[in-house]
Design a protein around this ligand. Structure first.
Ligand code: HEM
Length: 505
């Protein structure tokens, strides 16, 4: 007891000083927030709910309720115009729907990707996830070095050569659907699409036969969990400090570790196969294959290779699977569009088993349907850029230091850019229709646009064409058509369908 009293007497002054320092630091931070408000408050924007947290409450509440925050942003864009301000602590975000500014910002290398969010995705809860992979690399020179290495693997010449893999993997999906049709079971089409796109990326990028239709795999769950982790830190800056989130954070870390350890294993297998004279898949070819052949890669090079493994595994699979699932959902709701599509596929593909590269070019209505799907359901809905210099948007002066949020989901659902925007209407993308002007960019634009755009759309066309060629599908009644935000967007219901063979007689 006496010892405690002595300790308290000794430490009490230190404690007071510490509390005083903390109090002064807090006041200084509040003064800084006030300064930020004064600097940027001339930019229009919705009222802040809190001096300290700004608009963060709206985002965390909506995320908790499983709502889409971009829907709120559409409302605000309609009220506050083509550029408006949001605050989160001392950070200022501007939401931009002005087409000219969208063009200027995305098409230029002057505006780097948002450092704050990309840091969070680099290490997710202390576990490296996307690191310096292509999507998250902020340093321009580092990104450019890797992009140049990867570019040839996505050239049209090389992609033509992937038609065999697209056909073969889609054929596995058809076999599985055929069984489901015979058993008359309800099938989650989202799950099926995840299996086929993951099978494809594993095969073309790493030469691995995952055969997900016959094997249970932990990957889809690991990807979903790590994406949810990203969503949580993006929406709530205090998420990782709240004790109630510990269990989830542990799950996310395990998911990240699983993805990276699988990557390390596969890269190692590739290395050995190449040393035995086997071919290396092109996505990891050129410089990286030379690196692979070398026994001694620097630790950081190895880490970046793993970063790109995870990047391709997530970016190269999820977004396409979700697009396919949304597309099936809309076709299930619009029999007249499905009928028109059937006619086109019957004409172009007929009963053929292998779809050729040239066939894809003739599937114009399918192209329109897929584009319209991404207009309403941009599976990668947003991209952010730091604005390091003063700019002007639509007459509003934007001082340097903000982060610009550009969302194809938001502008594509605005009446200002698309008449009757919530109507699913593939004719908006008819070859003779006027092209949307910087209000529709599901693959982003400019130097940091999607590397896999053509790959994804070829794959999506092969899968959809085969599906419609062979099967009729009906949405299981009673499902909702809501969207789930897990950084990428997917159908909340997981899209259950019953399947029937089209040509049984
Ligand atoms: C429907 C399918 C897809 C959509 C909607 C989509 C969309 C996007 C978007 C919006 C970005 C920019 C992200 C940002 O700014 O943060 C992006 C980047 C990227 N995507 Fe895709 N993507 C799709 C499929 C694919 C596929 C199949 C691959 C690979 C096989 C891929 C590889 C990449 C890569 C590597 C980047 C980073 C590009 C860079 O910064 O250099 N994507 N994608």
């Amino acid at each position: 007891m006496a010892v405690c009293a002595v300790l308290l007497r000794w430490f009490a002054p230190v404690l007071y000083v510490l509390l005083f320092v903390l109090f002064v630091a807090f006041l200084a931070y509040c003064a800084y927030i006030k300064y930020i408000h004064m600097k940027y408050d001339h930019i229009p924007g919705p009222p802040r709910q809190s001096f300290f947290f700004g608009h963060m409450g709206t985002f965390t509440e909506m995320t908790k309720k499983d709502l889409i925050v971009y829907d709120k942003c559409i409302e605000w864009s309609e009220t506050y115009g083509p550029v408006y301000r949001l605050n989160v602590l001392h950070r200022v975000l501007i939401v931009v729907t002005c087409p000219e500014a969208t063009k200027d910002i995305l098409m230029s290398a002057k505006y780097p990707k948002d450092k704050f969010l990309h840091k969070k995705m680099f290490y997710l809860f202390g576990q490296r996830l996307l690191g310096n992979g292509l999507v998250t690399a902020v340093d321009h020179d580092l990104w450019y070095k890797h992009r140049r290495v990867m570019d040839p693997a996505f050239s049209s010449l090389y992609l033509r050569g992937l038609m065999g893999t697209f056909n073969e993997r889609a054929e596995k999906l058809m076999e599985r659907l055929s069984e489901e049709a015979e058993n008359q079971t309800e099938v989650s089409m989202l799950h099926m699409m995840n299996c086929v796109t993951m099978d494809v990326i594993a095969k073309v990028a790493f030469g691995i036969e995952l055969e997900l239709f016959n094997n249970n795999s932990p990957f889809p769950k690991a990807i979903e969990t790590s994406l949810l982790g990203i969503l949580m830190v993006a929406r709530d800056v205090f998420f990782e400090y709240k004790p109630q989130n510990r269990g989830f954070i542990k799950e996310v870390r395990e998911a990240c570790r699983l993805l990276r350890s699988t990557g390390a294993q596969w890269i190692n297998d590739r290395k050995k196969a190449m040393q035995n004279g086997e071919m290396c898949p092109k996505i990891f070819s050129h410089k990286s294959s030379n690196q692979l052949e070398k026994e001694s890669m620097s630790k950081e090079d190895e880490e970046i290779m793993l970063d790109n493994f995870v990047t391709f595994f997530i970016a190269g699979q999820e977004t396409t699977a979700n697009q396919l699932a949304f597309c099936i959902m809309e076709l299930g709701r619009h029999p007249e569009i499905l009928e028109k599509l059937k006619q086109e596929i019957d004409e172009v593909i007929g009963m053929k088993r292998d779809i050729s590269y040239d066939d894809l070019g003739n599937l114009t209505y399918l192209t329109q349907v897929l584009k319209e799907t991404l207009r309403l359901y941009a599976t990668a809905p947003v991209t952010n850029r730091d604005i390091p210099v003063d700019i002007k948007i639509n007459g509003v002066h934007i001082p340097a230091g903000v982060t610009a949020m550009l969302s194809t989901y938001i502008s594509s659902r605005m009446e200002k850019f698309f008449k009757d925007p919530l109507k699913f209407d593939p004719d908006r993308f008819h070859p003779d229709a006027p092209k949307p002007y910087y209000s529709y960019y599901p693959f982003s634009l400019g130097p940091r646009s999607c590397l896999g755009m053509n790959f994804a759309q070829m794959e999506a066309k092969v899968v959809m064409a085969k599906l419609i060629q062979r099967f009729d599908f009906t949405l299981v009644p009673g499902q909702n058509f809501d969207i789930k935000d897990t950084v990428t967007l997917r159908p909340k219901s997981r899209l259950f369908c019953t399947i029937r063979h089209r040509h049984t007689q």
